[in-house]
Design a protein around this ligand. Structure first.
Ligand SMILES: Nc1ncnc2c1ncn2[C@@H]1O[C@H](COP(=O)(O)OP(=O)(O)O)[C@@H](O)[C@H]1O
Ligand SMILES: [Mg+2]
Length: 234
């Protein structure tokens, strides 16, 4: 197995005015290709910040993020964007579709950025996979929350990501819709063999992954393998 994500001594400090606020400190873990992992913890504990650093959306204050063998720490914003486009899918709690683009156009964006051919057909296939083929020309405002999140799943997988990050992907959905989205997420993930890192409040959802990392106050308080009962790593 190969290491796909390696996090060492990660720290993130925000500055507002002259006041430093350290929101993550001393974070260490690594994931093997194909792993599924949940990051859980109270609101404000640093989960979204951590996911953003792992995905190369943001830069750490110190420490190191190595994604698929690439050290992100000293890369420019453009270089990180290239790494993201090549290897990373990201699903946001609030979907973050581009409002001026239709469903299919949203799914086509990563494909076009990669210079792929046949982008329309590929995007259409993905929309069909998430059950939205007939809604391909609808704008995000014409779609329900669950439908928007399904478009965002199609967009994330259109990138053929090596690693997929999902920040509370069902957090803004009602329970029934959330379960549909959750099933699609795991199904697509299994089919593509993608490494999955998800942030959630939902322990039932977390327990469906191989590993649960708990964070509190910006540090890891437990790191537990879920697939084999009793096998607990600290
Ligand atoms: N851009 C920012 N500037 C300053 N503080 C921030 C910023 N983003 C997040 N924070 C703070 O960092 C802490 C962790 O936030 P976050 O990572 O969003 O937590 P979680 O996702 O676990 O709720 C919070 O106290 C939040 O207010
Ligand atoms: Mg958050």
């Amino acid at each position: 197995m190969s290491v796909i994500l390696d996090i060492k001594d990660l720290e993130k400090t925000y500055y507002s005015g002259n006041h430093p606020l350290t929101v993550l400190q001393g974070i260490n873990f690594s994931l093997q290709a194909g792993d599924t992992c949940a990051i859980v913890g109270p609101s404000g504990s640093g989960k979204t910040t951590l996911l953003g650093l792992c995905a190369g959306l943001d830069r750490a204050s110190s420490g190191s993020v190595i994604l698929n063998g690439i050290k992100l720490d000293n890369l420019s914003e453009d270089e990180r964007a290239q790494v993201r486009n090549q290897y990373v899918g990201f699903i946001f709690q609030n979907f973050q579709l581009i409002p001026t683009l239709t469903a299919i156009e949203n799914v086509m964006v990563p494909l076009e950025l990669r210079g792929e051919r046949n982008v329309h057909n590929q995007a259409m296939e993905l929309l069909a996979r998430v059950g939205l083929a007939e809604r391909f020309d609808h704008y995000p405002t014409q779609l329900s929350g669950g439908e928007q999140q399904r478009v965002s799943l199609a967009r994330a997988f259109s990138n053929k990501p090596t690693i997929l990050f999902a920040d509370e992907p069902t957090g803004n959905l009602d329970e029934e819709t959330g379960q549909k989205v959750e099933k699609l997420l795991f199904d697509l993930n299994r089919e593509a063999g993608t490494t999955l890192v998800l942030v959630t409040h939902d322990l039932e959802l977390a327990e469906k992954t191989d590993r649960i990392i708990r964070i509190k106050g910006g540090t890891v308080v437990s790191d537990q393998i879920t697939s084999s009962v009793g096998n607990v790593q600290e």
